[in-house]
Design a protein around this ligand. Structure first.
Ligand code: GAL
Length: 292
């Protein structure tokens, strides 16, 4: 059996675009697979002490002449007493009506983290973990395939992430076989309640569930009869921190690793593993990557 048969049909959903560290500005890069609802771009940087302005442009193409349309121009300006942000769209070489956002938490000489979360109708921007603005699209998001960063900014890192809607369900067309690995990466939300990863078979039985409870800080395997087996290990999920769950299929069960640390195995016979058809994930997390 070729491993390709297990892969998601949309390559971009599982091939993550590698992050870029300390690129030289002006910096222009292709956004793999373009933008679509659920995509997130993370920008970590420093505003130089003498900064006047910088801009982050989500562009439709990258040619220099004619100038590409810019679906979303995010432009912090520092030459006024209080820094502010201008957002706008450039279409056919013309700027449209600009929107001014005062009170941005960006400061000269300070480092920052800006997240751009692209949704169906609008992009949401957060600065240093606080929601800052939303901007309704004036051009179709699907036209955007290029990120451009210009002006007075030191870029530490640019990251590209996919946020999957929860609950998230993935089909396992041929069940699980020894040697296969399920990888789940995400970010725990601010005030988390729980995180559940369940494996279901064609008859919608749930032979195995991995459940993390943030209220009592426990991690457990739950069997189809609801029998709970606590995993005795330090609780490695933390609010607002990234996590990685690896489930490695082996003869007679599934081995678990959380954030690189082996946490034992749960037994499940080969027939039950082969009959699994669905992976379902829910709970208080943002999911960036699910693949197997
Ligand atoms: C112009 C400025 C452009 C762009 C635009 C946004 O005044 O020259 O760089 O920021 O505003 O509306």
């Amino acid at each position: 059996m070729s491993t390709d048969e297990h892969l998601d049909p949309i390559p971009d959903r599982f091939i993550l675009q590698p992050p870029v560290f300390h690129p030289v500005v002006p910096y222009v890069t292709t956004i793999f697979g373009g933008l679509y609802a659920g995509k997130m771009v993370m920008l970590q940087g420093v505003v130089p002490l003498r900064a006047q302005r910088f801009q982050v442009d989500f562009q439709c193409g990258c040619c220099l002449h004619p100038r590409p349309d810019i679906a979303f121009h995010f432009n912090p300006r520092f030459y006024t007493v209080k820094p502010h942000v201008i957002c706008n769209t450039l279409e056919g070489g013309l700027w449209q009506r600009e929107i001014r956002w005062p009170g941005v938490a960006l400061q000269k000489g300070a480092s920052f983290l800006v997240l751009f979360l692209f949704e169906n109708e609008e992009v949401k921007v957060s600065v240093n973990g606080q929601h800052f603005l939303r901007y309704r699209y004036r051009l179709p998001l699907s036209r955007v395939d290029t990120l451009g960063i210009f002006g007075d900014i030191l870029v530490k890192a640019v990251g590209f992430l996919n946020i999957n809607e929860l609950p998230c369900s993935r089909t396992l067309p041929r069940g699980l076989w020894p040697g296969q690995v399920i990888v789940v990466r995400g970010l725990v939300l601010k005030e988390p309640k729980d995180f559940t990863l369940s494996l279901r078979d064609g008859a919608t039985h749930v032979p195995v569930t991995l459940r993390a409870s943030f209220t009592d800080r426990t991690l457990a395997w739950v069997s189809s009869w609801g029998r709970k087996k606590l995993i005795s290990a330090p609780f490695l999920f933390y609010p607002q921190r990234f996590f990685e769950v690896l489930l490695m299929c082996q003869e007679g069960g599934l081995k678990l690793a959380l954030n690189g640390q082996g946490l034992g195995a749960t037994s499940l016979d080969q027939k039950a593993l082969e009959q699994l058809r669905e992976l379902r994930i829910s709970g208080s997390v943002h999911l960036y990557c699910v693949h197997y």
